[in-house]
Design a protein around this ligand. Sequence first.
Ligand code: HEC
Length: 188
Amino acid sequence: MLRTAFALTLCLSGVAQAQDLEALKLDTRKNALPVLPKVVAMMQETVAGKGAVAAIPVCKEAAPQLLREQSEKTGWAMSRVSLKTRNQAKGTPDVWEARQLADFNIRAANGEKVETLEVGEVQVDNGKPVFRYMRAIPVGDVCLKCHGPVESIEPALKQALASHYPEDKAFGYAKGQIRGALSVKRPL
Ligand code: HEC
């Protein structure tokens, strides 16, 4: 009897935790994800209107700026991370992020839709609970201009990228692959 009650309590707390986790994911999505389509739209507009070289600042400045603004609004840390970075200093994942990015690639290979790949987890960070969330960033047509196979990149663009990023690993992507992820860390 005691055992059953104990098992039931355990089970119920598991349900409560799962519900909390869903609520946290939902709220994180609502506050963090709108940045992603904004960057894509800005990139498409700039490439079409001014050309790819002039669009470098969209990924270099505008995207981080939008994340910074959203970060200030919410009080959550937000960044873009990738297993193959262009900007090593800003985009290198920590151990947990690298593991999730690898897992995203496996999940995508197993047929999950890249556009909706996400993960959310409560962790202890420096003794305090945090909610960590990651959402895959898919490669769309416009991204190939600067992240596609290196031999397909326009020479002037290749030169401009090389002058800023001597350690650039962010080439060789195909449409529909995972370029990286939006990573959010929020204190609880
Ligand atoms: C005009 C060139 C250009 C295009 C087009 C472009 N990017 Fe980038 N991308 C860059 C540059 C430059 C950086 C490095 C930014 C920095 O210095 O932080 C970058 C960095 C990134 C990063 C951060 C991780 C890293 O590698 O440093 C992500 C994620 C990313 N791009 C995704 C995309 C996606 C998704 C698209 C299509 C919607 C796209 N990019 C289109 C130039 C481009």
